[in-house]
Design a binder for this molecule. Structure first.
Ligand SMILES: [Zn+2]
Length: 114
């Protein structure tokens, strides 16, 4: 069983600037969909669903960091929505796997023989 660290309070954009990360619940996209993460380009902040399990929050955090990087770099203009989502999901999965490997493992308590 993993012990996930708290989600960072900010992320760095591609110019090295700070992007605020906030937890919100429920998290509702402007189009009405409930979701686990939002990159708000106008407010320059990332919102994460506060009630999602920790692993899902980390996935959403990484995913939205890549959304921010793609929009800041202009790459989102050459990617269709589905392509952009797939790129963000693939990169987020790789970061999540690396984070999971680095986590301390909770060891099950060994019972003593009677
Ligand atoms: Zn996305």
């Amino acid at each position: 069983m993993e012990q996930w660290p708290p989600i960072p309070a900010y992320a760095l954009d591609i110019a090295g600037g700070r992007i605020t990360v906030v937890k919100v619940s429920p998290l509702v996209h402007p189009d009405g969909d409930v979701c686990e993460g939002i990159w708000d380009e106008r407010q320059r902040c990332i919102e994460i669903d506060a009630k999602a399990p920790p692993e899902r929050q980390w996935f959403a955090f990484y995913h939205e960091v890549y959304e921010m990087r793609l929009s800041d770099s202009g790459l989102d203009y050459v990617l269709a929505d589905k392509q952009r989502e797939a790129v963000c999901a693939a990169l987020a999965m790789a970061d999540l796997a690396a984070l999971r490997r680095s986590l301390p493992q909770k060891r099950p308590v060994k019972k003593r023989a009677p």
